[in-house]
Write a protein that binds this ligand. Sequence first.
Ligand SMILES: NC(=O)c1ccc[n+]([C@@H]2O[C@H](COP(=O)([O-])OP(=O)(O)OC[C@H]3O[C@@H](n4cnc5c(N)ncnc54)[C@H](O)[C@@H]3O)[C@@H](O)[C@H]2O)c1
Length: 452
Amino acid sequence: MSKSTRRQFILRSATQAASVALVLNGKLIPLPPSILPKPAGPNERVNLGFIGFGIRGNILLEAAKETQRANLVEVCDCYQGHLERAKERTEGKIATNFAQYKKLLDRKDIDAVVVATPDHWHRRIMLDALSAGKDVYIEKPMTYRIEDGPAMIRAAKENKRIVQVGSQWVSSEQHKKAREIVTSGKLGKVTKVTASYNRNSSTGSWNYPIPTGLQDGVNFDWNEWLGPAPKVAYNPERVFRYRKYWDYSGGISTDLFVHLITSIHFIMGAEMPKSVVATGGILHRHDGREVPDTLDALFDYGTFCVNMAGTFNSASTAGQGIQFLGTEGSLSILLGAGMVEQPEYKREGYEYSIDSWPRAMQEAFLNQGNHRAESQGPAIKPAPENLEFFNKPDATVLHLANFLDSVRTRQPSYETADVGHLTAAAGHMVNLSYRSGRRMLWDATKGSASEA
Ligand SMILES: NC(=O)c1ccc[n+]([C@@H]2O[C@H](COP(=O)([O-])OP(=O)(O)OC[C@H]3O[C@@H](n4cnc5c(N)ncnc54)[C@H](O)[C@@H]3O)[C@@H](O)[C@H]2O)c1
């Protein structure tokens, strides 16, 4: 296929993919259009506030600009340096709020908020925002623990608010195309998925640099940062490297696996694993962390199994990404890059297993039915096809644009609180298994996990 024909094909496929959707409780959640339509007019723009303005908050503010659907009204953070950066990014226009997010929520002229705080704050801030009448874009993982989810879902429904959870990959062209290939049946029966997410650097394993001049009570508010977490002495290491500690994060599983899990649920049309078992450890990064630097998990979804792995001790690209293995073919998603589709090459190779038979018996067997042809397989091994990847618009921009459109139209967002709760819950089950050494079972009726 020529480049332009392929591009047309992908665009057409993306439009067709609008008829498929994320499945929840047997219902289809409609997909947003992939290509950003025209920007919203000045009076149609959503007035947006930001709570938590660290690494992700900054990315989301830039994404909000790109959507051309939002007015950037106010930003709240516990560190003055981050507020200064917000001013720099908006030519001084955005209002800043030091560690008083409820004041931001009191503003009647703010329609919606982006919540990008560490995970231990997600539940409280989302509940406060919903009861203040705000629509909420909440970063993944939606919850810090499984038990947080039901109240967050209920609050979204009772307050009739739009919620979008921030696993942005599902809004990418690549994932929609992958979903289309898998649901078309082209890969046959997909009974196995493998996925991995690896890194091998100090910052990659969350030892982010700590800004100089940080002073609690002066330019930083430790008490507000801690919020609902256990009270411990002020420690900037915990602030900027919070993913290393159980009090604020679930480590690899809730930070990275949740992305993979959301993608697998979306592409396979799955809701929740029946069981999860995990193992791992701190094998190399002995830097005071509590969470493992290497983690392996097995998920049983009933009709397919998932083998998921993450390590911070090697970033070899071998096996990185997500592979869907079907009876007729496989699809490999390369994270942030393209996809490779590979039809199966089926050969029975009977000669190997009947070589110990008397020669006449071997010949008789090969002459029976299609045995000889089956044994040799197709003459030509089908070549893998590289599927082009379009990274524009960026998935975060598309995901946020979908949220802002939902805020305006009151149509359901794409990654609702129900979806975010289940994907995070599957991630929490990995940690529950890792920490208890037991297999975890999901009870879909009760919506809870227990040890096998
Ligand atoms: N979707 C993605 O690809 C993606 C990428 C990175 C992070 N994230 C998610 O975004 C969230 C934040 O991650 P990060 O890397 O930006 O962390 P970060 O530490 O860089 O930023 C968090 C910010 O929240 C602020 N904060 C804490 N408590 C607050 C409060 N009560 N009120 C106001 N601000 C408060 C902190 O001061 C900090 O600036 C996490 O849930 C993470 O999982 C998602």
